[in-house]
Design a protein around this ligand. Structure first.
Ligand SMILES: C[S@@+](CC[C@H](N)C(=O)[O-])C[C@H]1O[C@@H](n2cnc3c(N)ncnc32)[C@H](O)[C@@H]1O
Length: 312
């Protein structure tokens, strides 16, 4: 049987984000869902992908996140910095190198995107709606682990008057944020900051009522997030957004989730963060506004779960 091409529509994006469809259409730029067509894999293809995913986890070359990885991030973002110097600031020149999967996880099954760029485009659409929905009422947003700064560029284009800070432990990130600020005439600065040991905190000011976010960045801390979470809670943000792989939102009994859980653990990604937030909510320090598994991911895991909280 020939698989039927499907398209991501506003209703699908709403389900991914845990929002009502009209909330999505209110904020969604018209062209952001263009070209998001895909096929569902049949059982035989999906079985082959699952086997590949389980094999990858046993590959000794698969590295774990952690403090030893700083050199790799410096090198990766150094390459992007060279590209941005050559080509100028744009969404394309700032795009991280690692979006290369065409087989993806969506709604509990594997799909094959019909075009390259499906994953970063859907991810950009998700961010566009979340940013517009969550950051309308704040005057500054700090992104931790901001990498190339492409999320900040997008946020600046939605809210040009926002004061933006991009923190990262890798030095090329601060240069990239500086180039974005200059080319967009944006109120945006880069700060060198290590989320693991809080080095750089004296250079950071998060005002009362600010927004904070991490996007695929807290994942890098594994279970070493507690000092950073204490720091964030003490900053009393009006809104904190995390788009991260949240291992507690998988279903350990579901065979589709088994390879993703194994991959998450092998990579040393975030563990215990959602329970830690729930404990703080129970203690009356914060309110959790959303904790939602989008069901979207790359071939091997789902880095697009959404957690939103605020200080109380
Ligand atoms: C997967 S990238 C995501 C970058 C960016 N948030 C994005 O969405 O494209 C992870 C980022 O976390 C940064 N990072 C990893 N560990 C960190 C740490 N301990 N402190 C600060 N940044 C860190 C890396 O340098 C990298 O920029």
């Amino acid at each position: 049987m020939i698989a039927e091409t499907r398209w991501i529509k506003a209703g699908d994006l709403a389900r991914l984000l845990g929002l009502a469809e009209d909330e999505v259409t209110r904020y969604l730029p018209a062209d952001l869902l263009d070209g998001l067509d895909y096929l569902s894999l049949d059982d035989a293809e999906a079985g082959a992908v699952r086997k590949r995913a389980l094999r990858i986890v046993r590959d000794p070359k698969l590295t774990a996140a952690g403090p030893a990885m700083i050199g790799r991030w410096e090198r990766g973002w150094g390459e992007i910095l060279e590209r941005v110097r050559r080509q100028g600031v744009s969404e394309a020149s700032l795009a991280p190198q690692y979006f290369r999967h065409d087989v993806l996880r969506l709604g509990g099954r594997y799909i094959r995107a019909n075009r390259t760029g499906f994953e970063p485009r859907l991810y950009a659409a998700m961010r566009a709606v979340l940013f517009a929905d969550l950051f309308a009422g704040v005057d500054q947003v700090t992104e931790f682990g901001c990498g190339t700064g492409h999320n900040l560029l997008q946020l600046h284009r939605i809210f040009p008057n926002l004061r933006l800070t991009g923190c990262d432990w890798a030095a090329p990130s601060q240069e990239l944020v500086g180039l974005i600020a200059a080319s967009e005439d944006a109120q945006m600065i880069g700060v060198r900051f290590d989320m693991g040991i809080l080095e750089g905190r004296e250079d950071l000011q998060i005002g009362a009522g600010a927004g904070v976010m991490t996007v695929h960045a807290l994942e890098q801390l594994g279970s070493r997030f507690e000092p950073f979470l204490d720091y964030l809670v003490a900053a009393r943000p009006a809104v904190a957004l995390h788009i991260e792989p949240i291992v507690e939102l998988y279903d350990a009994a579901d065979p589709f989730d088994a390879p993703a859980i194994a991959y998450h653990k092998k990579r040393g990604y975030l563990a215990g963060f959602l329970p830690a937030l729930e404990a703080r909510a129970a203690a009356g320090q914060i309110e959790i506004l959303k904790s939602h598994r989008s069901g979207f991911g790359s071939t091997f895991h789902e880095a697009y779960s959404i957690v939103v909280w605020r200080a109380v």
